[in-house]
Ligand binder design. Structure first.
Ligand SMILES: [Zn+2]
Length: 291
């Protein structure tokens, strides 16, 4: 599923291909992916010009300015599990599971939102609404300062793996990059965030930034559905060290990569490079993973 590097790649593609262009017409084929009324979604976005593309965590926001000088609207895009948001020539066949189409300029190209599993959402909002939504998220994992990172970690119980994926504490990481960052930092996924040493915390901060930056440079990771704004898959898949490599030798030490389940999600790690700390979170049970 798309995490920060994939959403960032989509944002960069939209900047290249769609910035400055006008949304001439909006067609909603499946209102279930729209937050709020589909009619309002269409009427508040049609005729506006895309003036800015931004991202926080896995949320993508397109700022649309009105020609008449009324306040801006924001198209908030969440790709969910299998969402694709692409700039596509209008003559290209509309694939199944395409739920929303936004015609650009004279209609020769359009933005298409396609989502097989339909966990993705589009929403038209005001600046105040957008700020409230993004304000509920933790600091962005690619732009956070080390001070913000350490503050978010302080006193936290439960598995560090679950903590990394809690969007209200730290925005952008999902299962793939949380596993990769913990491997890079040599931290066991069941370590407790509030109990890791300052040295390990510093290593994890650096590891997160490094893994995310590398993944962005390669356009993210595609397992099956993810495509960038120009319809291309990401190339980071072959750079993954532990995620979905259970049973294979660790690239660093040669021991077999393990897989365990934490809060219902698979975690992949090397027990030799990421030794189990003396104090760990419980492996199962809601109390340890209230987040
Ligand atoms: Zn190893």
């Amino acid at each position: 599923m798309p995490e920060l590097p994939e959403v960032e790649t989509v944002a960069q593609g939209l900047e290249r291909r769609a910035l400055g262009r006008r949304v001439a017409a909006v067609e909603v084929r499946h209102p279930g992916v729209i937050v709020g009324a589909a009619e309002e979604f269409v009427s508040t976005l049609e005729g506006r010009r895309l003036v800015d593309v931004s991202r926080k965590g896995k949320a993508l926001a397109l700022e649309l300015a009105a020609e008449d000088g009324s306040g801006p609207r924001f198209l908030l895009v969440r790709l969910g599990m299998t969402g694709q948001f692409t700039v596509t020539p209008r003559e290209a066949p509309v694939e199944s599971h395409t739920h929303v189409l936004l015609a650009l300029d004279d209609g020769r190209e359009e933005l298409r939102f396609r989502d097989v599993r339909r966990f993705g959402r589009l929403r038209s909002c005001t600046r105040e609404e957008l700020e409230a939504i993004l304000g509920a998220l933790g600091p962005d994992a690619q732009r956070m300062t080390e001070r913000q990172f350490l503050a978010a970690m302080r006193g936290r119980h439960g598995a560090i793996k679950s903590w990394l994926m809690n969007q209200n504490l730290l925005a952008g990481l999902g299962n793939i990059y949380a596993d990769e960052a913990l491997f890079e930092a040599r931290i066991h996924p069941l370590s407790q965030p509030g109990r890791v040493s300052p040295e390990k915390a510093h290593r994890l901060y650096r590891a997160i930034r490094k893994v995310l930056d590398r993944a962005v440079r390669l356009g993210g990771t595609t397992f099956s559905d993810y495509l960038d704004a120009e319809g291309r898959p990401g190339a980071f898949l072959k750079k993954l060290r532990v995620y979905q490599h259970a049973g294979e030798p660790c690239r660093r030490c040669g021991h077999a990569i393990r897989r365990i389940v934490i809060a219902g999600r698979s975690s992949h790690f090397c027990l030799r490079c990421q030794p189990r700390p003396r104090v760990t979170a419980r492996m199962r049970g809601p109390r340890a993973f209230g987040a």
